[in-house]
Design a binder for this molecule. Structure first.
Ligand code: ZN
Length: 284
């Protein structure tokens, strides 16, 4: 089937109290792994590409691979821009057929974030493209800040209500204690804050930086209203580890398929595990 809008996937997830996995891709093997995992679990899925992925693979390759994968698949697939930071980036993705975009205005003051989000919504909603925004700051695990400094960047529930009233955005990424990258310790999520946000807004909520968040914490977050969970780092780890293992002890191996094949299989496996945790098995 053709790519679908993210809105319909998240609305169904919200009603069914599960989350749709949003998995980052960089290359053909990872696109194939995401689709193979979704097919095996009969789950709806979001394939997302960051600006870094688009720069690496080229936007035509990302969209062509993903559209082809969607056409051949029996499960619904959305193609989403992860962390778009400018209006121009978002419009480039819209022109190339993305069915969903994130405009991350979280580094701007609240009113500027609202204005940027609304500019994007006005430009793409009539094309059937869904829009995710971010409120609060989801940093990186490498950011050299203390826990209390990070907490100061968490999403404020009242601000979330105001933001959603002013934008009517399709999905909202919130900062409740997760971070991008590999965690050094175990992340602690602020579940009370999540519940307070959920009580004030009915918009589908998005958890970024979810690789390395323990399984029970993911389930808890989903039970409290998260319905899109982003996974990138776990795929990178599985992919590179398997590729490295395939080459170990084989210094004369020159066939890239001997490296990329096992890497693709490892990525498929970890994505299937996540889909099961998210509760989206059989929801396609
Ligand atoms: Zn993110």
């Amino acid at each position: 089937m053709a790519l679908v809008s993210m809105v319909e996937l998240l609305d169904k997830a919200q009603k069914g109290k599960y989350a749709v996995g949003a998995f980052n891709c960089n290359n053909m093997e990872i696109v194939q792994a995401i689709v193979a995992a979704a097919e095996a679990e009969k789950a709806p899925v979001i394939i997302q590409a960051s600006q870094g992925a688009i720069k690496y693979a080229g936007i035509e390759y990302i969209t062509t691979l993903t559209k082809l994968a969607a056409e051949k698949a029996s499960v619904p697939i959305a193609l989403h821009l992860d962390h778009g930071t400018s209006f121009a980036q978002v419009m480039q993705c819209a022109r190339h057929g993305f069915s969903s975009v994130m405009i991350d205005g979280s580094k701007h003051p609240l009113e500027d974030n609202i204005a940027l989000t609304n500019k994007v919504i006005e430009a793409v909603r009539h094309l059937g493209i869904s829009v995710e925004a971010e409120l609060g700051k989801i940093g990186g695990t490498e950011d050299d800040i203390t826990v209390s400094e990070r907490e100061a960047l968490f999403t404020d529930p009242e601000e979330a209500e105001y933001f959603v009233q002013k934008t009517q955005v399709d999905a909202l990424a919130i900062a409740i204690g997760t971070a991008h990258g590999q965690y050094k310790g175990t992340p602690k999520l602020d579940f009370d804050r999540l519940t307070q946000i959920r009580e004030r807004v009915s918009t589908p909520l998005v958890l970024h930086g979810s690789s390395g968040v323990p399984e029970d914490a993911l389930r808890e977050a989903i039970s409290r209203g998260v319905c899109k969970v982003n996974i990138d780092t776990n795929i990178r780890e599985a992919f590179v580890f398997a590729a490295r293992q395939a080459l170990e002890g084989n210094p004369t191996e020159i066939d890239p398929r001997k490296m990329l094949g096992p890497a693709r299989e490892a990525a498929t496996k970890i994505i299937q595990e996540k889909i099961r945790i998210f509760g989206s098995v059989g929801k396609a």
